[in-house]
Design a protein around this ligand. Structure first.
Ligand code: AMP
Ligand code: TRP
Length: 341
């Protein structure tokens, strides 16, 4: 790598990453530990493209009026956790319409049977009387999001494993028909797996109301953490606890300073520290972890024009790469009649 490429982070030898997040309105601890923290870590080792996927979000969408604000909010959250536009490309999916055209080209090779087998499709299609074709096609657009940048790796949460497998199949099938062109990207899934919600039962998810927001202040964090479910067998403060079954203890291990963990574990087992005290330490860890995020988000909220600038520059950069890939894919598929004139 030469000096300039080291500085700009655009070294030709670096592998490429793409990931996407839906503009849901809130980024919670599960999104952060499951996906966004990796986005931040990967910025220096890979050439990264990160997208806010509004075209995926309009499936089942019943609030179009608030989608632009949610898109901007998501950009603010992503930047707040440390995604740095100087070191990666952050853009809104619908600003780069090539994704949609490539998805159509991929529709010619993606098997309906495979799409029907996706667990997310099977779960979500139950919510409809009449299933929109977009729900079935959702992973084809996701494959296009990834392959239009010819990405080698995709940092995502555990729930996206199957969609990545399908992306690889689509690349393989297309390459077999039109010549080797698309890589088969790897899913990069963090060891933490699926983060359980504060109810200690189901996956942390905004729709289940069991989250703690990464932009919550001290009171907001405590309001969520106070109600977190611990070891259900621990009724009185001095009952011995079972950290191995306590969800708060699992979360502690992900955010609390390692030097405190063995004390927390021992005191829980001995019944010398109550759950409320333990949650206080957990809340403090979160407040500390989130403090820089809140500070950056506050600044960005006060300067929305900066965020717009980042997204516009990101779309320009993404567009350059996307246009080139789409041109090649079209040509190989014979969509090039003008060149015969
Ligand atoms: P979503 O909010 O569903 O668009 O998810 C954004 C990213 O966060 C995806 O990569 C998900 O896989 C990941 N994610 C969401 N919820 C969790 C969770 N509870 N545990 C781990 N990862 C998650
Ligand atoms: N399906 C992903 C989710 O629900 C979002 C997504 C869309 C995505 N396109 C992507 C993730 C491309 C990674 C790469 O979380």
């Amino acid at each position: 790598m030469n000096e300039t490429s080291e500085k700009t982070g655009k070294g030709a030898a670096r592998k490429r990453v793409l990931s996407g997040i839906q503009p849901t309105g809130e980024v919670h601890l599960g999104n952060y530990l499951g996906a966004l923290r990796q986005w931040v870590h990967m910025q220096d080792r890979y050439e990264c493209f990160y997208s806010i996927v509004d075209l995926h979000a309009i499936l089942g969408e019943d609030e179009p009026a608030s989608l632009p604000a949610r898109t901007l909010d998501m950009a603010i959250s992503v930047l707040a956790v440390g995604v740095d536009p100087e070191r990666c490309t952050l853009f809104v999916q619908s600003d780069v319409p090539e994704h949609v055209e490539l998805a159509w080209l991929f529709n010619t090779v993606a098997p309906v049977g495979d799409l029907e087998r996706m667990t997310q499709y099977k779960d979500k299609s139950k919510r409809y009387d009449s299933i929109p074709v977009g729900l079935l096609n959702y992973p084809v657009l996701q494959a296009a999001d990834i392959l239009i940048y010819r990405a080698d790796a995709v940092p995502v949460g555990d729930d996206q494993r199957q969609h990545l497998e399908l992306t690889r199949d689509i690349a393989r099938k297309w390459n077999a028909r039109y010549g080797e062109y698309f890589p088969e990207p790897d899913a990069i899934i963090p060891e933490v797996g699926r983060i359980k919600g504060l109810d200690g039962e189901t996956k942390m998810s905004k729709s289940l109301g069991n989250t703690v927001s990464i932009l919550a202040d001290e009171d907001g964090v405590w309001e969520s953490v106070r109600r977190a479910v611990t070891d259900p067998q621990r009724v009185r403060r001095d009952d011995p606890g079972r950290p191995e079954v306590c969800n708060v203890f699992s979360l502690h291990k992900l955010v609390t300073d390692a030097s405190l963990i063995s004390d927390i574990e021992e005191q829980c087992k001995a019944g010398t520290r109550g759950c409320v005290d333990c949650k206080r330490i957990f809340a403090d860890s979160l407040v500390r972890e989130f403090a820089p995020f809140r500070e950056r988000a506050e600044h960005l909220r006060a300067h929305p024009e900066e965020v717009r600038g980042v997204l516009e520059a990101g779309a320009d950069r993404a567009h350059e790469v996307a246009r080139e890939t789409l041109g090649e894919a079209r040509a190989r598929m014979g969509i090039k009649w003008r060149s015969t004139l």
